[in-house]
Design a protein around this ligand. Sequence first.
Ligand code: FAD
Ligand code: 2HG
Ligand code: ZN
Length: 477
Amino acid sequence: MSPTQTQLLETLRRTVGAANVLTHEDPTTDLTAWELDWRRRERGRALAVVRPGNTQEVADVVKACAAAGTSIVPQGGNTGMVVGSTPNDSGTQVVLSLTRMNKVRKLDPGNLTITVDAGCVLQNLQEVCEKEGFLFPLSLASEGSCTIGGNLGTNAGGTQVVRFGNTRELCLGLEVVTASGEIWSGLTGLRKDNTGYDLRHLFIGSEGTLGVITAATMKLYPMPVTQLTAFAAVPSLQAAVELLGLAHKTISSGLTGFEVMGQFALSLVVKHFPQQRVPFWQDSPYCVVLENSDNESEEHARAQFERLLEAAMEMGCVTDAVVAESVAQAKALWHIRESIPLAQAQEGLNIKHDISINVSRIPEFVDLCNGKLLQAFPGARLVTYGHLGDGNLHYNVQAPEGQDQEKFLVEQEGPMNALVYDIVDAFNGSISAEHGIGSLKADKLAHHKSPVALGLMRAIKTALDPHNLMNPGKVLT
Ligand code: FAD
Ligand code: 2HG
Ligand code: ZN
């Protein structure tokens, strides 16, 4: 360790307390939780994991790191999918973990807003809001451990985007520690403010490369009177898209969830979580989960759902359907959908394509891509599912049955990504709909984003972080 690093660690210990600076100096300290990404794709090595307790401490940590020329990796729940929140293997980076900063600062019922520390776990935030009669609609399967700072850092999507938008749409203000250690207090809660560039939008989705989000003011909605869930078997992806159109027309703004699941994706849930009862999966190439949130009454919501499903069956875009009779049943149906990433992880290492295409062209995309992919990689197992209501598919691939998964990943990921992403480009789609770029996709941006867009991104990065100390190597290489 260099003298500068030793001195930095001393300063950090003085700033946040020795117990909140974890290093490899102590052989009994295990840093795996901070150094290994959720998908177990890469294990980094940190100089230290630092856990500040408030915004001023974050600012002091950033200043100390900047003075020592040490780069920082902001981290929330470390549930990201693109290796964005873990350090590289140099042993020189500081992981700045926000999880001690987890308080609700203020709930303003009149303004329909809540202001929280960035390290607040999403599920805790949802529960606090629910207790007060409000809905905070962001919902992801990782909500038990992801944080609002990480959600903002990645502009997370999830299962309610079809009605409420991404995290960006839910955010009215931010507090940020800049790369030089200044504190920008932008927690206004205003719904209208056209006083120049909207800085919050620079930090949202920047994956920790421009500054550290320390708090946020988020929008609330009244809790709906009822949330009904249906599970439907559809004969094709085209039928699922037709059902979506019908649902928009029949349920309108009550449509708060519309997720599609391919047969193989569901078979993995059946295989790895046999206690779950998955309807229809054996008889249908795709199933759909729909949610209807209603402010009138449960009867009204049921009548709407019945009208929708009857019309869909008449049109032939639904072959079978069930509407949950209780909250427990609704939860169980959602749990099936939410278990797919975990079932995939249980099945083994896999290749993910988090893509978006205009909804109307998704069936055509999948037909074309399936054909080309299976021709080039015989036996590859396609795990297709996702947020069809937003045009966002998780077009994932599992190694052929019985094949060495590490070898599959090393040898096939590059060419398979290229094949899929080139087709995504041909459909004017995106190679990252909701998970971000991290370090996993950073080398792909040059090929899939226009030089003008990349130039603007680089100019913003240089202006806000001239010494490249904020999460270097992520998003931009
Ligand atoms: P981390 O993983 O810790 O960090 C993610 C990125 O944000 C990193 O680049 C990090 O540097 C940056 N960051 C973290 N905190 C801050 C901060 N305070 N200030 C600045 N930058 C910061 N994602 C979706 O979009 N939709 C889904 O439906 C979804 N489902 C998931 C299901 C499972 C089972 C899992 C494991 C993940 C899922 N994800 C999903 C991915 C992940 O949960 C989200 O990206 C989430 O927003 C990450 O939050 P986090 O707190 O874990 O952030
Ligand atoms: C989801 O929608 C998440 O379940 C995870 O975004 C997707 O694991 C994936 O590919
Ligand atoms: Zn998703």
